[in-house]
Design a protein around this ligand. Structure first.
Ligand code: ADP
Ligand code: MG
Ligand code: MG
Length: 887
């Protein structure tokens, strides 16, 4: 026979902290606290499978359960020496819900159950406190009417308010026994009027009603919504905890409170909490009266007058503090606790691991490891890598006031203030002049990159979390709010309007990429701290991880940031943005417009010194570390103007006839540019493009090696390879350039030539591609697009629904599709290694900074992941966690 009821208290514990699935978190921890000898009122837990059985049986209780519950009540009666329903000295119980994971505020609790017109008199006599007894009864009726009978609680609250007002009181505690007795009569009248039946007097009816209500609350709308938001399966069910009541509302030596064993916001090692004298249950959190501080220090810091618990009840406080320490040592984690003091006697009502901010999580993990409470490995495992994001960017000063004018998507975290500008060139100009600017665009495109780089923050009216603006901003570590739909932008007039207000060029604006808020004026920010606990934990993580962590970076500034964050090389240096900057775009356009190779070479010759300088600057910052440089990838038409109005200017600058420009632009038009003339296909047709880029790389590397003594390790990466032959042709171009440069300079440097694996065919043929390529870098953005046949830029319309419907577990552009794309990665890694055992394998693209994807990379034993600079610490920690898991 299945057991449904598990007892605790009085030296008995049928369960313990390992039984969360069976007894729910609350029930398992009550049993655990009882078993280690802490003062827990006795009780029993009806297990979670009963919840499912209850629904399976058409909301009926099986007879077996009724018998077991009777035994459970007898257990409580035996320990308390009180009897349930006894008119002279009644046992009262609480009926509390408790699922496997805490669902704060989602399900209901009934306190003081077992009171009726007869037992209340018994409680008066036994306690010698009529006020307390009637207060308990009126609370019980109110809760029962609300939670079990589901009557409108407004009427009860109003009656209480009127009772206080009539007597000129402001606090519940001012009501006398007679006042409360009158209120009980009124409450019973309200129940009968609304429910059509008198308030249930049979204590067993009360009990089963409350148990049914707890099961019922599992299917309440709010609980369903909470489950959906938190991925909690409906079949988990909730447990029911029935527990002897202890009373915090028995006068001045009684109290109720909630506490954390450490500060859940800053992580400091200080007891943290609140309590209320002469109060019950949720009074502390319900804001009925202002709660008092637990410790003297906290009270003094807050400048509060009302005595702290430490001062008001020193003996019980000392006992409580000892329990805090005991619980922390026992659970080896910061605990969130509920307690009650009944006539100077302490009772523990709940404990669980406390929720905490990222900052507190970091500090608590490091402190506990240093205290010897947990190991360093455990400290590493306890901090959510994603949460570090909150700590790495400047954030708005929480004390500052905010004038929020719009809200968009929190596309790239961090906060920034600056002057509003509406185009990339102005952003660049003003930034060069020393201004902080916020770039505002309807949406961004590759042409805006220089402006995005110059800006402190980016705001767009359109586009989702994976829009161009969002992806690029995250890559650069720029705060970004995208898709602020209520905003309308007139870039020509340089004005943004929202909700009847206008923001013009130069007006100061603040954006918060962590919340998506857009604010008028400037709001002060605070800088992140990378030393201290952060540095300590990162050091431990670095000692544990196997995967190397590199950064996707394409400017010296980004490389510097990446190194500061601990990057061990550059995994992806895109070169296309270098083609847009300053006067280069003209040379690039001349190259595109040239009629033949001679023309193209003439234009490329102008680009060579500029590219060489770009690479040299990057190599200097990355001295001695590997730098993977991807040769030109996007289709050429991205470099030509799109607006009719720009054609004349561009033609003039490039020194060609406007008709030639238009004809060439039309020729370059593609129906599907993502699958068009791009990547290595550009250089198969125009090898001189890659030849010049390779030359720039080698010349720069030799220059930097000569000047600094620390030779960079260029890894020349060919994009969009599908076949061995493509890579062979491209490698020949690169090797030829290297040979030429080495001969001219009379020296050599080490370099590698490898390829992106971003097409399914390349993954399948990785075995033979590895005959040529010395490294693979999995370009999982494009590999996801080409494997799933989904365009990232067009996926927003349906991807949300796909995830909701469980077609993909997560957005496959955020977290790698392990089953599909992942299988291709694994297969390519295996086949590549079979040909070339020492082949270097890495991943670049957004997935390189996603903890779940990093875990996958560890499982297929790649050599490194590459993430945007601001995600480097996240990747370091995630890599350490993955290594620990793989042990
Ligand atoms: P929640 O999960 O919402 O906190 P609980 O079941 O823990 O719900 O209880 C609500 C309040 O009632 C808490 O303040 C709790 O400490 C208090 N409470 C629960 N059971 C008892 C009891 N047996 N005696 C006294 N107070 C109780
Ligand atoms: Mg609570
Ligand atoms: Mg609780």
């Amino acid at each position: 026979m299945t057991q449904y009821v598990y007892r605790f208290g009085g030296g008995v514990s049928d369960g313990g902290k390992g039984d969360k699935n069976l007894l729910g978190g609350k029930g398992a921890n009550l049993a655990e606290m009882a078993s280690i000898g802490l003062p827990v009122p006795p009780g029993f837990t009806i297990s979670t499978p009963m919840c499912t059985t209850y629904y399976d049986e058409g909301e009926q209780f099986p007879q077996g359960l009724r018998d077991e519950v009777a035994n459970g009540i007898a257990h409580i009666e035996g320990i308390t020496a009180k009897r349930f329903g006894d008119a002279s000295d009644p046992l009262l119980v609480s009926v509390r819900s408790g699922a496997r994971v805490s669902m704060p505020g989602m399900m209901d609790t009934v306190l003081n159950l077992g009171l009726n017109d007869a037992t209340v008199e018994g409680l008066v006599a036994a306690s010698g406190d009529a006020r307390f007894a009637w207060d308990s009864y009126r609370r019980f009726i109110q809760m029962y009417a609300d939670v079990v009978l589901e009557l409108d609680h407004g009427a009860f609250e109003e009656a209480l308010e009127v009772a206080k007002e009539d007597r000129g009181f402001t606090l519940d505690t001012e009501l006398s026994a007679d006042d409360l007795k009158a209120l009980v009569a009124e409450y019973k009248g309200l129940v009968e009027a609304e429910w059509g039946k008198p308030f249930p007097q049979d204590v067993h009816d009360q009990l089963w009603g409350a148990v049914g209500a707890v099961f019922g609350s599992w299917q309440s709308e709010r609980a369903k919504v909470y489950r959906r938001l938190n991925d909690i399966p409906a079949n988990w069910g909730t447990a029911v905890n029935v527990q002897a009541m202890v009373f915090g509302n028995m006068g001045e030596t009684s109290a109720t409170g909630v506490a954390f064993t450490r500060d859940p916001s800053k992580g400091d090692r200080a007891y943290y909490g609140e309590f209320l004298i002469n109060a019950q249950g949720e009074d502390v959190v319900a804001g009925i009266r202002t709660p008092q501080y637990l410790t003297k220090t906290a009270r003094e810091e807050a400048g509060a007058k009302a005595a702290s618990m430490e001062e008001a009840m020193p003996a019980v406080y000392a006992e409580l503090a000892a329990v805090f320490d005991r619980l922390e040592t026992h659970y080896r984690d910061m605990q969130d606790i509920e307690f009650t003091v009944e006539r100077a006697k302490l009772w523990m009502l709940q404990t669980r691991s406390g929720k905490r901010t990222a900052k507190a999580a970091l500090k608590i993990a490091v402190d506990m490891a240093e205290e010897g409470l947990i190991t360093r490995d455990e400290a590493i495992a306890r901090v959510d890598p994603q949460a570090l994001d909150q700590l790495l960017h400047p954030t708005l000063d929480p004390r500052a006031t905010r004038d929020v004018i719009a809200k968009g998507l929190p596309a790239s975290p961090g906060a920034a203030s600056g002057a509003a500008v509406f185009d990339a060139d102005t952003a660049e100009k003003r930034a060069a002049a020393g201004d902080s600017v916020i770039l505002i665009r309807t949406e961004t495109s590759p042409e805006d990159i220089h402006g995005m780089h110059a800006a402190k923050g980016i705001l767009t009216a359109r586009g989702g979390m994976t829009s161009h603006a969002a992806v690029v901003a995250r890559g650069m570590g720029r705060p970004c709010v995208s898709g602020a739909g209520s905003v309308s932008i007139d870039a020509k007039a340089k004005v943004m309007s929202v909700g009847g207000r206008e923001v013009r060029e130069g007006d100061t604006l603040t954006i918060d990429g962590t919340t998506g808020e857009v604010m008028a004026g400037s709001v002060p920010t605070v800088q992140p701290e990378l030393s201290g606990d952060f540095g300590t934990l990162m050091g431990w993580a670095d000692a544990v991880r196997r995967l190397k962590v590199r950064a996707n970076a394409e400017t010296p500034h980004d490389c510097r940031t990446a190194r500061d964050f601990g990057a061990e090389g550059v995994g992806l240096c895109r070169t296309e943005h270098m083609f847009f900057e300053g006067s280069r775009i003209t040379a690039v356009r001349q190259m595109i417009l040239a009629e033949d190779e001679t023309g193209r070479r003439a234009a490329l010759a102008k680009l060579l010194p500029e590219q060489r300088a770009d690479f040299a600057a990057i190599f200097e910052v990355m001295a001695g570390l590997p730098v993977t440089i991807r040769l030109l990838d996007p289709p050429l038409h991205e470099f030509l103007p799109h607006e009719e109005t720009d054609f004349a200017d561009v033609a003039k600058a490039a020194g060609v006839d406007v008709d030639i420009l238009k004809r060439r632009a039309a020729e370059l038009h593609e129906f599907n540019p993502m699958l068009g003339h791009r990547g290595c296909r550009l250089a198969v047709t125009y090898p001189e493009i890659y030849e010049i880029q390779a030359r720039a790389i080698f010349e720069a590397a030799i220059d930097v090696a000569a000047a600094s003594g620390a030779a960079p390790i260029p890894e020349v990466m060919i994009p969009l390879v599908a076949t061995r032959r493509e890579l062979e042709l491209m490698k020949a171009v690169v090797d030829k350039a290297a040979k030429a440069v080495f001969a001219e300079r009379g020296t050599t440097i080490e370099y590698l030539v490898g390829t992106m694996i971003e097409l399914p065919r390349a993954a399948l043929r990785a075995g033979e591609i590895a005959e040529v390529g010395e490294f693979f870098s999995f370009g999982t953005n494009d590999l996801t697009q080409t494997t799933l046949g989904v365009s990232r830029d067009d996926a927003a319309r349906f991807l949300g629904v796909y995830v909701e419907q469980g077609i993909y577990a997560k957005d496959p552009f955020v977290s790698i599709d392990v089953e599909g794309v992942g299988e291709l990665v694994k297969l390519a890694a295996d086949r590549g290694r079979a040909t070339r055992p020492d082949i270097k394998l890495g991943i670049c693209g957004e997935h390189g900074g996603d903890p779940a994807s990093i875990d996958f990379c560890e499982s297929v034993r790649l050599d490194y992941v590459s993430a945007s600079p601001y995600r480097v610490p996240i990747a370091r920690l995630a890599a350490a966690q993955a290594a620990l898991k793989a042990r």
